[in-house]
Design a protein around this ligand. Structure first.
Ligand SMILES: C[S@@+](CC[C@H](N)C(=O)[O-])C[C@H]1O[C@@H](n2cnc3c(N)ncnc32)[C@H](O)[C@@H]1O
Length: 258
């Protein structure tokens, strides 16, 4: 199975979060066992700088159809799940929204959970956020986020801690780009959002999602209201068979009008 195919399968099939966790654990331990693994060299050698997405203002190191890994087998690669090397549709629409509505983040402290390539965090920094933390449990993603931030001449803090479940009080805005990709994980995330909002009611929580089943069918959907909707561009539609639209949602359990 090649990476492009694996990537599409995640969109189409919503593979189980346990499987993701297993894969992450496996690829992390592979890297720990390989002291010569250099994420920066890996990213430089296996991606190209792309603006061929819905936020062309932002340059990103991505695996594209012109990269060898797009068609190669998983056994030919040192990292087993380079999610940071793809720009997910939920992240693309969320980032588009931030670039188009900079006042949402201007002078604010922003946390981007599951940041992947870091695009949403970079958009926040570009639009004048006071502090931006790009968080992803994958250490290679952290390297990619730093490289992408440098490419776009912005400063980000990065972290690989698992913050989902943690009590966080210091953030004005929290982003979740395409994080409702699995039913069980959707419940974990929505439980966390509930406590996050209870402990910090002024925190604005923004979710980008292209209509995934795990979100559409989840009870948390009734606590979201849509702040924007974008048509996915041609490249994004082609790479994500069946998806055409992406919504940006605000999590607000107090609001009744949807
Ligand atoms: C579907 S990708 C979305 C990436 C990015 N937000 C985007 O839209 O392009 C999900 C990302 O979440 C990260 N992730 C999974 N579980 C996480 C957790 N508990 N905390 C932080 N990141 C996590 C993965 O490493 C992956 O990069």
């Amino acid at each position: 199975m090649n990476y492009a195919f694996t990537y599409k399968m995640y969109f189409k099939a919503n593979l189980l979060y346990q499987r993701l966790n297993l894969l992450f654990r496996r690829c992390h331990s592979e890297r720990r066992d390989n002291p010569s693994f250099d994420p920066i060299k890996f990213i430089q050698g296996n991606t190209e700088i792309s603006t061929n997405h819905m936020t062309p203002e932002i340059k990103l190191h991505l695996i594209t159809p012109r990269c060898a890994l797009w068609d190669s087998g998983a056994d030919q690669c040192l990292v087993s799940d380079p999610f940071w090397a793809f720009y997910w549709p939920g992240g693309q629409v969320l980032t588009r929204y931030i670039l188009d509505h900079g006042s949402v983040v201007k002078d604010k402290s922003v946390l981007d959970v599951g940041s992947g390539c870091g695009a949403s965090a970079i958009a926040a920094a570009m639009r004048g956020a006071r502090r931006v933390l790009a968080n992803d449990i994958d250490p290679v993603a952290a390297a990619a986020m730093k490289m992408n931030a440098k490419l776009n001449s912005v400063n980000l803090e990065t972290s690989t801690d698992n913050l989902i479940g943690e009590g966080l009080h210091q953030w004005d805005v929290v982003f979740l780009g395409d994080m409702f990709y699995d039913e069980e994980f959707a419940s974990t995330v929505s439980d966390w959002l509930k406590t996050l909002k209870q402990s910090n009611s002024s925190c604005q929580i923004l979710i980008g999602d292209p209509g995934r089943f795990s979100l559409e069918e989840h009870p948390v959907k009734s606590l979201l209201f849509r702040v924007a909707e974008y048509e996915l561009d041609e490249v994004c539609r082609r790479e994500n068979n069946g998806l055409t639209l992406g919504g940006v949602w605000a999590y607000d359990p107090t609001r009744t009008m949807k």
